[in-house]
Design a binder for this molecule. Structure first.
Ligand code: GAR
Length: 189
């Protein structure tokens, strides 16, 4: 059994979707969810599935030691970011080399980098009059949204689409693909 930790900062619809997908798996378990926010939807969503969740401050994520201790407590082998808005510290990167992946709600290298998260990304896509957007699943390195790409999927952006409509299309791609990609990546580890 491989144990994964999900890091999430917000509503947690991806964390819930991943948790559900692996709930009956004999090879992968979502062991724990870590967040930098207490009052966000992710806790209820995953706790209902029987997955424990914990909150650490930004300083604790940066410093690393308390987070590493919690990951060790749950024998975590692999980390999945799902709407996690803090930077991943060097301490964590060193402890989990090539074992941290992220999903970005656009087609990187476009519309990525510091400050590009959630609706900001979809607003930028609409402002740039893009004809398509999508998802990028990638390894995490020391720079925002720059690690090696593992998988991309695209959706059409119509000239009339609002950022909210783009978000809905992108979320559908996230739910359809992220669990499968996690499964494929872990099969190689
Ligand atoms: C997702 O769309 C994810 O791709 C995005 O945040 C959203 C979280 O939604 N991540 C980023 O923007 C990272 N730069 P959720 O909390 O409902 O899963």
């Amino acid at each position: 059994m491989k144990n994964i930790a999900i890091f999430a900062s917000g509503s947690g619809t991806n964390a819930e979707n991943i948790g559900r997908y692996f709930s009956n798996s004999e090879t992968i378990k979502v062991a724990v969810v870590l967040s930098n926010n207490r009052n966000v939807g992710v806790h209820d969503r995953v706790n209902k599935l029987g997955i424990p969740s914990y909150v650490f401050s930004r300083e604790e994520f940066v410093q690393g030691t308390p987070v590493l201790a919690k990951l060790a407590e749950y024998n975590v082998d692999f980390i999945v970011l799902a709407g996690f808005m803090n930077k991943i510290s060097d301490t964590l990167l060193k402890a989990f080399p090539c074992k941290i992946i992220n999903i970005h709600p656009a087609l990187l290298p476009k519309h990525g980098g510091k400050g590009m998260f959630g609706m900001h990304v979809h607003e930028a896509v609409v402002a740039a009059k893009e004809k398509e957007s999508g998802i990028t699943i990638h390894y995490v390195n020391e720079n925002y949204d720059e690690g090696a790409t593992i998988f991309q999927a695209k959706c059409t952006v119509l000239p009339t689409d609002t950022p909210e409509e783009v978000a809905t299309k992108v979320h559908a791609l996230e739910y359809a693909h992220y669990p499968h990609v996690i499964e494929e990546v872990l099969a190689k580890h």
